[in-house]
Design a protein around this ligand. Structure first.
Ligand code: LLP
Length: 422
């Protein structure tokens, strides 16, 4: 299990590889992922029958390939996520399904791809059952149920309750079974995901909600999915989630259903953040230091175009300094950390609502590196080309060797597809 973390504000290496060497070899800003951490987090979940990685958290092909080598399968939410899974070596037609599509709609290209490759569909809207049934009668589907409650680290990541667009409302399951019957679709599983970055108390409530819904459907159920949402540690004072207790709750639910239905039920978990957050480091360079009234700013060369979580959710990421002259015991000072974008919200030390906060970090100089940590999940994947900034490079550290797994964008990459009419 992920141990209690202590985050140092000084960092010279990432799992034995020098931050300075990484920055010099690959430039900044660069995301570095430590493959060993991903493997450890997958191993934590070995009790579950199936670990289905929610690739929306980090879908770099090298990460997907590594996740596949650790025995985990994937979830996809779009046609291109399905194609990424194929490109990383996942295949269709296996049991349990190596790729599952979970969404609340189909767009036309995605529906075509799902039908062609017989990718398992986890329906998040009653309409999807009709649309899939018309195109692929006779297949198995699962239902993503909104149990009527949810919880996340931010209101924006709460995916349950009536303010959420996600899932099939819990009291509409009978109607969904009728829709499935119309086209001979068999409902073989249930899935609930109430939010991202939640806690064990909220997650635990899902077991009994799912159990009640499963009883209403009956013996056709052969898989149940606990969804994602497992928290990861972003601050030193947080406690790791009690995975053994979480598994026991789900295993007990599964066993009761097995007893009633008289057959085996496979138990899935669908983490994104838990597998990918801790492994990721965004290495930036401090390009300017300036005093603005009471506030001292470190301005780095990454912005919210590279890591949007602070501006979107007021998310907290640990930070550390890698100075050119190593000093293991530097003097600390309160600083505000911002990026290069032409927008006041481009601040990494902010709270929800956009309030600027400060962070106690080592005294640093222009040219030192600032590392934003626990940034592997929902980091690169949510980046943009705002201000025509290129997307960062991505590096996977495997067996002590850094591999460039995505090149920094060039100007040609950024303008690709644009044209000026004659
Ligand atoms: N399964 C489903 C159906 C989901 O919608 C999600 C996340 C997951 C699994 C994985 O959840 P996780 O284990 O990562 O909590 N951008 C936000 C998070 C959005 C989560 C969206 N869905 C952030 O940066 O915190």
């Amino acid at each position: 299990m992920s141990a209690v973390q202590t985050f140092s504000t000084v960092r010279t290496e990432i799992n034995g590889t020098s931050v300075q060497n990484l920055a010099h070899s690959f430039g900044t800003p660069t995301y570095v992922y430590d493959a060993a951490k991903i493997a450890e987090r997958i191993a934590d979940l070995h009790a579950f029958d199936v670990v289905r990685y929610a690739q929306k958290a980090n879908s770099n092909l090298a990460v997907l390939d590594w996740v596949r080598r650790q025995g985990a399968v994937v979830d996809a939410v779009s046609a291109f996520e399905i194609q990424r899974a194929f490109a990383a070596g996942y295949v269709d037609g296996k049991e349990p399904a190596e790729i599952v599509y979970t969404a609340d709609i189909f767009d036309t290209p995605t529906l075509d791809l799902l039908v062609k490759h017989d990718i398992h569909v986890n329906c998040g809207s009653p309409t999807m059952i009709d649309q899939y049934g018309e195109r692929a009668p006779g297949r198995n589907i699962t239902l993503r149920i909104n149990p009527g409650f949810g919880h996340g680290h931010s209101q924006k990541t709460n995916t349950g309750g009536e303010q959420s667009k996600h899932g099939i409302w819990h009291d509409q399951v009978d109607d969904c079974l009728v829709r499935a019957d119309r086209n001979g679709l068999a409902v073989t599983g249930l899935h609930m995901h109430i939010g991202s970055g939640t806690d064990l108390d909220h997650l635990a409530q899902v077991c009994s909600a799912l159990e009640t819904t499963a009883r209403g459907i009956g013996r056709s159920i052969t898989t149940i999915s606990a969804g994602g949402g497992l928290p990861t540690l972003y601050r030193g004072d947080e406690q790791p989630v009690d995975l053994a207790r979480y598994y026991e709750l789900w295993d007990a639910t599964r066993k009761r259903l097995e007893g009633e239905f008289g057959h085996k039920i496979s138990l899935e978990i669908e983490p994104g953040r838990y597998l990918a957050a801790e492994c990721g480091y965004l290495i930036t360079e401090i390009r300017a230091i300036k005093q603005m009234g009471k506030n001292l700013f470190y301005l780095v060369d990454a912005g919210f175009n590279n890591l949007a979580r602070p501006i979107l959710y007021g998310a907290y990421h640990p930070m550390s300094i890698c100075a050119h002259e190593a000093n293991p015991d530097p003097k600390l000072q309160d600083v505000v950390v911002g990026g290069p974008l032409c927008e006041s919200g481009d601040i990494f030390t902010q709270e929800e609502g956009g309030f600027v906060a400060s962070r106690s970090l080592p005294v640093a100089a222009v040219g030192d590196f600032l590392v934003i940590e626990c940034a592997g999940a929902y980091g690169f994947v949510m980046s943009s080309n705002y201000n025509s900034k290129p997307m960062a490079a991505e590096v996977l550290l495997r067996d002590g060797k850094p591999h460039l797994v995505r090149a920094r964008q060039t100007f040609q990459d950024v303008i690709r597809g644009e044209s000026i009419p004659e």
